[in-house]
Design a protein around this ligand. Structure first.
Ligand SMILES: [Zn+2]
Length: 148
């Protein structure tokens, strides 16, 4: 017996998730200019003798772009006049990446619900074989009945 109620509940859940996904897609469509890095502020130690940074009062903090390249993190100093622009681009990149991750999670959820629908509608070959053997057993008896 197919559980109609369960299938209908699964359909409803997929429906809601698709609405969420559509909103997310619309937001991803509106992507703005980005930079593939995050903006970080780091203190600086100049290394000069008798400098205040040697006594625990570092210079800065200064803005850097932090990026992953071949498993390594590379820092690039950000010039003050480009800071605002770079900050917006890094924020947009973070937003986009975050939404892409949510998009993947939603797709995974939707797929798993479809798999549940499949399993509720699905019988194994073993079940089919059982039905066949039962029919084989039944056929001679039916013929006998006809003969009687
Ligand atoms: Zn110093």
């Amino acid at each position: 017996m197919i559980d109609r109620k369960a299938i209908s509940d699964l359909r409803q859940r997929i429906f809601w998730l698709r609405e969420d996904r559509e909103k997310l897609e619309n937001s991803l469509f509106r992507a703005k200019k980005m930079i593939r890095a995050s903006l970080v502020f780091l203190p600086n130690y100049c290394g000069k003798k008798d400098c205040r940074c040697k006594k625990g009062f570092p210079h800065g903090p200064y803005p850097y772009l932090s990026e992953k390249r071949k498993g390594k993190t590379r820092m690039t100093y950000v010039k003050k006049r480009t800071l605002h622009e770079v900050k917006l681009e890094a924020e947009e990149y973070a937003r986009f990446q975050h939404q892409l991750a949510r998009f993947n999670k939603l797709n995974e959820k939707i797929r798993s619900l479809f798999e549940q629908i499949r399993d509720l509608n699905c019988r194994g070959v073993e079940e089919y074989r059982k039905v066949l053997t039962q029919r084989k057993k039944n056929i001679p008896r039916q013929e006998n009945e006809k003969g009687n």
